[in-house]
Design a protein around this ligand. Structure first.
Ligand SMILES: [Mg+2]
Length: 439
C-alpha cells in the first residue's frame, strides 16, 4: 500500500516517568513501580533502573536485587490515568482515529500524512511529541512506517525520547536481522516449530517457501505471518472494540492435589488477568474461577459485586476463595480466572488496596502483600502514599516503620523537596489526593 504511514506512539517508561515527574527527588534515579510484597511484579521501571537490567513483568524481588539503589513504589493509577487522558487528548487532536494498545501506547494513521515523504512524517512526529511534553511533562517516542508491525518496532528503536521513521522500501532491512519471535503473532510454540526447521531470523522465515510455512503453522496464521515477515502489512488502524471479559488459565503438567498449590496458581492467574484488565483501563464486577479436575469435569464458581474493582489483592482473594470452593477430589488439571462485568467507570484506584471494592481479602496470603505494616488503627502509612501537612504541604511517604513515617514534601512544580519524619499518629499528617502531586 504505497504512501501509507502508520505511527506508533509510546510514552517512555510511563509509570516510572509519572513518579519522577510528580516526585522530583526521583528524577535521574532508578525507580521501580509495582507490587511491593514478596510476590510483587514490576509494572514499570525507569530508564535508570532498566540500565541495571530491571524491566516490567519481572518479579519485584529480582528487580530489586538487580538494582538495589532503586526506589520501589506502588502504582498510583489515578495519576497515570490523568496523564494518559492528557496524552490521548493531544494525540487524538492530531490523528482522530486511534488504535489504543495500552494506557501509554497507540497506533494512528494520520490522514494528513497519506502520501507524505519521510521528512514530513518526522516533522509531524516531532510536533506531536512537543505537544505531549507540553501537556503532560512526559516523553513519548514515535515510530513510523508502512504498517503497524514496522511502526511498533520503530518506536522501540526511537527510545528514549526520539523518533524513528522507516522509509518506504526499508521494511526488509529493518525486519530481516531480527529474531523471528519479534514478529507479531509468533509465540513460543511457533518459535520452537520454526527453530526446529532451522528458522530463527525474520529473514530466514521470509525466505521459506509458502507451502512449508503452511505445513508448519497452518494456512490461515502461517500465511499472514509470512506476509508480515516479508514486510507486507496492510492491517488497518481501527478503534478497538471492547472485550466482554479478560481471563487467564493454565493447565498443569501433573494434576495439583494440594490447596496451597492451587491458591498460588490462582494468584498468578488473577495477576495476569489483572494486567489485561488494567491495560484496557477497566474495572471488573464479576470474578469467575474455572477448575477442571483430573476426571475432566469442570467446576465453575462466580461472584459479582455491586461495585467494579481493579483492586488486585481483593480480586485475588475472591478468586482464591472460589477456587477452594470448587476444588474437586480428583486433583486439579486446569484452573482459570476471568474478570467480567467490565466497566470503564473505575472506582477507587487501580492496584491500590486502600479501599477494597469487592470485599475484604478473606485470607492473609494474597498475591501481593503490603509492606511496612505499622500500628495505626485505621490503615498504616505505606511507602508511596500521598500525604499532606499544614506547614510542609503535599508530599509522599518515603518509608514507614517502628512508629515513624518519613515524608518527602514535593510536587511536580516544586522541584526536589525536603524530607521530615513524624510519629505515625501525628494528627497534622493526613492522607492526600494523589492528583495534587501533578500540580
Ligand atoms: Mg510505554
Amino acid at each position: 500500500m504505497t504512501g501509507r504511514w502508520v505511527v506508533h506512539l509510546d510514552l517512555d517508561s510511563f509509570f516510572a516517568s509519572a513518579e519522577q515527574l510528580t516526585r522530583p527527588t526521583l528524577r535521574g534515579r532508578p525507580v521501580l513501580v509495582g507490587g511491593l510484597g514478596p510476590r510483587g511484579i514490576v509494572a514499570g521501571a525507569s530508564g535508570e533502573a532498566k540500565a541495571f537490567g530491571a524491566r516490567s513483568a519481572m518479579p519485584m524481588a529480582q528487580a530489586r536485587r538487580a538494582c538495589p539503589t532503586a526506589v520501589a513504589l506502588p502504582p498510583r493509577t489515578a495519576v497515570y490515568r490523568t496523564l494518559s487522558e492528557s496524552f490521548f487528548a493531544v494525540v487524538r487532536a492530531a490523528a482522530p482515529v486511534l488504535e489504543q494498545v495500552a494506557y501509554d501506547e497507540t497506533f494512528a494513521e494520520p490522514a494528513v500524512l497519506a502520501g507524505a515523504d519521510a521528512d514530513a512524517v518526522r516533522a509531524w512526529a516531532e510536533g506531536v511529541r512537543a505537544q505531549v511534553r507540553e501537556a503532560t511533562g512526559l516523553a513519548v517516542s514515535v515510530g513510523a512506517g508502512s504498517g503497524k508491525q514496522v511502526a511498533k518496532i520503530a518506536s522501540g528503536l526511537a527510545k528514549p525520547d526520539g523518533v524513528h521513521v522507516v522509509a518506504h522500501g526499508g521494511e526488509r532491512a529493518l525486519l530481516d536481522p531480527l529474531p523471528v519471535r519479534s514478529l507479531w503473532g509468533i509465540g513460543p510454540v511457533a518459535e520452537t516449530a520454526l527453530a526446529r526447521a532451522g528458522v530463527t531470523t525474520i529473514a530466514s522465515f521470509a525466505a521459506m517457501p509458502a507451502p512449508e510455512v503452511t505445513a508448519l503453522l497452518g494456512s490461515a496464521v502461517g500465511g499472514a505471518l509470512h506476509r508480515l515477515a516479508q514486510g507486507l502489512d496492510d492491517r488497518a488502524v481501527t478503534e478497538r472494540g471492547e472485550a466482554k471479559q479478560v481471563s487467564a488459565e493454565t493447565t498443569f503438567d501433573t494434576d495439583l492435589s494440594d490447596v496451597a498449590g492451587v491458591r498460588r496458581a490462582v494468584a498468578d492467574l488473577a495477576t495476569s488477568a489483572h494486567r489485561r484488565l488494567v491495560a484496557s483501563q477497566r474495572a471488573a464486577r464479576t470474578v469467575t474461577v474455572k477448575v477442571r479436575g483430573g476426571d475432566f469435569v469442570t467446576h465453575t464458581r462466580s461472584e459479582t459485586s455491586t461495585v467494579a474493582s481493579t483492586d488486585l489483592p481483593a480480586l485475588t482473594a475472591v478468586a482464591q476463595r472460589l477456587a477452594v470452593e470448587a476444588l474437586p477430589d480428583a486433583g486439579v488439571r486446569l484452573v482459570g480466572v476471568s474478570y467480567a462485568g467490565l466497566t470503564t467507570a473505575v472506582q477507587g484506584t487501580l492496584f491500590d488496596s486502600t479501599e477494597p471494592a469487592v470485599e475484604e481479602p478473606s485470607a492473609p496470603d494474597v498475591g501481593i502483600a503490603e509492606e511496612d505494616p505499622t500500628p495505626t488503627p485505621e490503615r498504616p502509612w505505606r511507602t508511596g502514599d500521598d500525604a499532606a501537612h499544614p506547614v510542609h504541604g503535599h508530599g509522599w511517604v518515603q518509608g514507614a516503620g517502628h512508629g515513624r513515617v518519613t515524608v518527602r514534601f514535593e510536587t511536580r512544580s516544586t522541584g526536589p523537596g525536603r524530607a521530615h519524619t513524624f510519629a505515625v499518629d501525628d494528627p497534622e499528617l493526613t492522607r492526600a489526593d494523589p492528583l495534587v502531586s501533578l500540580t
